[in-house]
Every structure is written in C-alpha cells, then in structure tokens.
Design a binder for this molecule. Structure first.
Ligand code: FAD
Length: 494
C-alpha cells in the first residue's frame, strides 16, 4: 500500500495542508508516501500559462524533487498530453502503486472544481479515497457572509469579516509541518519514481537561452527562495510598504506573487510571518506597513472567493452582466502598440516593456495599462487579460481577472466606469522624477522631469522624435468622452 499527494499549484513541502495530511495518513498506516505532479501541455494551453511561468514551475519541480528525496519521498512526474486523461491515468497509477488514498489541495477554477468533484466520486467507486482540501486561501471560500447571508461583492466589508473570522479562529494561522521521512525501503521499492526526470517545457512554451539566463537570475525558483524573499521583505521593506507600494521605481513590494501563484509559499505563512513581526496580534492594527501588506494578501483571498461564488467569471463573462454589451473597438494596430509599449504614453510604454522583459509589472502600472487599454483604447479588457496571462510569471486567473474587472469597471467592487485614469496625472503622481520611465523607455533618458511624462505635449517633441519615441496614438480627452459614451450606451443596452 501507499498514500499519494498530488501536487498542483502548491509546489512546496512546508505548510502544505494536503501534503501534511497525506504524510500523517501514510505514517498512521505505516506505508510510504508518494508525491506526483502531472505535466499537461493542454492544461498549460487552457490556462494560457506563459513560457516564463512554465519554466518557473519546471525549475521548482527540480528543487522539490531533490528536497523530497532527502526525506526518501519520490516525486514522480509524468506528462499526460490531454487534460481529460488525467483522472484515468491517476487511477491507473494508484492501482500500480497499490494506493488507496489520494490527497490534493483544492483549486477553485471551475474546470478544476468540476474535475475533482467527479474524481472523488469515481475513485470512491473504485474503492479509493480522494481528499481534496482547502489550503490556498487563509480563509476558505464559503466561510464569510454578510449580515443578510449573502456573499460579499465589495472588498471593504469582506475584509473586515475576513479579519474577524481569523481573529475568532486563530488556528487558521497555524502552519502545517513538512512531511515525515519515508521508511528506508521506499527508495528501493520506488526506484523508478526517484529516477524519473523533470521534462522539458512543451515546444511552444520554451524560453531562449538568453531568456533563461535573464529569468533565472531574476526569479530564483523553489520554496527556499520564497522564504528568503519573504524574510528579507519583512526585515527591510514591510515597515515602509504603505508609503512605497505605489511607486513603481521603488523596490517597495514583496515580489512574492510568483511564489504565491505557484504555491512555493502559502498565503498563511505570509500572513503569519508578517503578523508575528507586529507588536499586536491583530491583523488590522499595529504597524501600518504590516497592516496594509496583510490587507493586500487578503485581496488574493477575496478574488478566489469571487471565483467560487460567481463561477461564470471563469467563462469570459464580466461579473456585471450589464457590462456585456459595450461596443469595444477591435483596432489591431492600437492593441499591438499597447502590447509592445509604443503608445506614445511614456508611463504605459514603460510598464508594458517591464512586463515583456521581466514577466512582471508593478501593481500601480497594471492598473494604469489596464485602464488605458479598456478606456482610452476602448479595447475589450479580455484581450488585455489574456495578454497578461501569456506574459506574466505570476499569472493567476483569479487575481488577474479581478484586477482587469476592477480596472475596466466590469468586475466585483470595481473602479466606477466614469472614473477614468488620466495616464499623464498618474505618471506625474507616481513617477514624479521619471525614474521608472527612464529605466524602461531609454529613448526618453535626456528629457527633464516635466517633459518626460508627455514629451510631445511639453515641447520636447523634437527630442523624442529624434530618439525614435512615437507620438501618442490617441488623445486622452477625446478617448475619455468616447469611453463614457460607450459605457453608458452599453449599460443601457445591457
Ligand atoms: P505585494 O504588494 O507585495 O503584495 C503581496 C501579495 O498580495 C501579492 O504577491 C499578491 O499575491 C497579493 N496581492 C497584492 N495585491 C493584489 C491584488 N490587487 N489582487 C490580488 N492579489 C494581490 N496578481 C497576481 O498574483 N497574478 C496576476 O495575474 C495578477 N494580475 C493582475 C492584473 C491587473 C490588471 C491588476 C490591476 C492586478 C493584478 N494582480 C495580479 C495583482 C497585483 O498587481 C500583484 O499581485 C502584485 O503586483 C504582485 O507584486 P508583489 O508580489 O510585489 O505584491
């Protein structure tokens, strides 16, 4: 006999609920624990996983495999071409390894939820148990309800309830132990599983040599790297977080999103570690930086709860159905200029170039470029949502969909549609000295702090033109009026 843990987006040994439960079960039954990960190229496609994200996952698997091997636990990795075949293949493997118990952490995207509900049933019919448990959120979805018994669709009351719920049940911040060592015999018995290699990325998800060099030094993989990053952030930056988090030129945020998205660290560990550094045990008190950072990690929970309560957001539908009828523009040239960072709006271009180069973009800039695409260019927000997933190393369906819904005013608790970011004012406010712009748009290096936000409007057109920087592709004021009308009309017809 044996017990299996199935890794998905929880690629860590520490504080992993399903893994800890699987390990306990194995210990109790005095049988070995086997871990497995299924690579599904079709899943990568369906989830629009970017090559840099796939590479991060595969690098993490190498590390995880080594860490588990130190505990005599094999991590078996197999490629299954079609995602539909995964449940049957898992059943076959369970038969082959004589396993009666499978454990996994729950994922809340609608396809995964449905697949796993079916698997619980089908495995039971074959005399096997499948325990799928809540782990990825600090507070599992379904626990928080408003006074009238409804699900929250507004963040602030949801957050108050999230905090109160944790204060009332501090066990939610108890961390799970890493797995027990396997009996020594496991090495011999499962030699093949120990020996299996981590596969290469599918051909359409491969990085070039140059990209590998760049991304590997920028984004160290694995759970130790995640923990180091968290500790360093808490040591050096968290105190100043509320002041610095909106300044894209500052390295003022944790950059932990890639780790949270791949599960190389848990949100519980993040909140717990930050809280333990605070002078109060209250999540909503004490040091302002710590308080605000925890409230940002809570946004991640919020958007996952939204998926569970309104699963149609997984199906390309806006949370607000009345926003389904906006007459979007499908101007391919504008879209291409946005993707490539050539719109003539320096802050937008800097941000898009950061994304294309780093696989990451600062949160303030994500809001600026998302607003610019959906309001100034009036391009369907879903095209931007998709482009983000295809390029982000931290691509996470719930947070990305939530962020786009917020910025395009079609999501839960959105920016009201008539509040349209002015890219110039955003630029002056959050990058006053143009440090971020100069880094990513070197053509504008020599412009002064006033000119740099709007070269053609501030008398530096000749300089910008000479440096090859494009003129603005649209006029913000006209676009604003157009967007207001389009949204108004869309809602009226919606
Ligand atoms: P920190 O500021 O250090 O925050 C800590 C953690 O809290 C983050 O790692 C993240 O897990 C969570 N968090 C912070 N802000 C948010 C937020 N607004 N929504 C949800 N979670 C949050 N985040 C992703 O992880 N994946 C995405 O695909 C993604 N797409 C986005 C798209 C748009 C249009 C917008 C506006 C936001 C998006 N975000 C996404 C949220 C946010 O921009 C990133 O989580 C953040 O920039 C990551 O940097 P950090 O780890 O340094 O964050």
């Amino acid at each position: 006999d044996s017990v299996i843990h199935w890794f998905k987006t929880d690629l860590r040994c520490n504080d992993n609920r399903a893994l800890a439960l699987a390990s306990e079960k194995a210990k109790e039954a005095a049988v070995p624990l086997i871990c497995m990960y299924i690579v599904s190229p079709q899943d990568f496609e369906a989830h629009l996983a970017s090559p840099v994200r796939v590479d991060f996952i595969l690098r993490t698997l190498e590390i995880l495999k080594r860490d588990l091997a130190k505990l005599d636990i094999p991590l078996y990795i197999e490629t299954v071409e079609r995602r539909k075949q995964i449940p049957d293949r898992i059943l076959e493997l369970m038969e082959q390894w004589g396993s009666r118990h499978l454990f996994a952490n729950m994922e809340y995207e609608v396809d995964e939820l449905r697949r796993e509900a079916n698997m619980v049933h089908d495995l039971a019919e074959n005399g096997k148990s499948f325990e799928v448990v809540h782990d990825t959120c600090v507070v599992p979805p379904g626990q928080l309800q408003s006074g009238s018994g409804n699900q929250y669709a507004v963040y602030s009351p949801w957050y108050r309830s999230w905090v109160a719920h944790i204060h009332a049940d501090l066990d939610l911040l108890e961390l799970f132990d890493s797995p027990n060592k396997n009996p020594g015999t496991a090495r011999k018995r499962f030699k093949d599983l120990f020996d299996c290699a981590v596969p290469e990325a599918p051909s359409n998800k491969q990085l070039t040599k140059e990209e590998k060099r760049r991304f590997h030094s920028m984004w160290p993989a694995g759970e130790n790297a995640a923990k180091e990053r968290l500790d360093k952030f808490c040591e050096e930056k968290i105190g100043g977080y509320s002041d610095n988090r909106n300044i894209p030129a500052e390295d003022g945020t944790s950059s932990l999103s890639v780790h949270l998205a791949s599960g190389t660290i848990s949100s519980r560990t993040c909140v717990r570690t930050a809280r333990d550094r605070n002078k109060t045990k209250k999540l909503d008190g004490g040091n302002e930086g710590i308080r605000v950072w925890i409230s940002e990690v809570a946004w991640r929970d919020f958007y996952k709860h939204v998926l569970v309560h309104w699963p149609y957001v997984c199906m390309n539908k806006p949370y607000k159905p009345e926003y389904s009828n906006i007459a979007w523009s499908y101007n391919e040239e504008h879209f291409k200029a946005w993707c490539e960072g050539r719109t003539g709006f320096p802050i937008v271009d800097a941000a898009m170039r950061q994304l294309n180069h780093n696989g990451y973009m600062h949160n303030r800039c994500r809001m600026i470029v998302a607003s610019f695409l959906s309001k100034d260019l009036l391009i369907d927000w879903r095209k931007g949502e998709r482009y983000f997933m295809e390029h982000l190393i931290d691509g996470d369906f719930a947070s990305n969909n939530g962020g786009w819904g917020f910025s395009a005013s079609v999501g839960v608790d959105p920016q009201p549609y008539f509040r349209i970011f002015n890219p110039l004012l955003q630029s002056e406010k959050f990058d006053p000295e143009g440090v971020y712009i100069r880094k990513w748009v070197p053509e504008l290096q020599d412009l002064d702090n006033k000119e740099i936000h709007d070269p053609y409007g501030r008398g530096a057109g000749a300089k910008a033109k000479k440096a090859g920087y494009p003129k603005p592709i649209v006029n913000h004021k006209d676009c604003r009026d157009r967007a207001l009308n389009a949204y108004k009309e869309g809602i009226a017809n919606g």
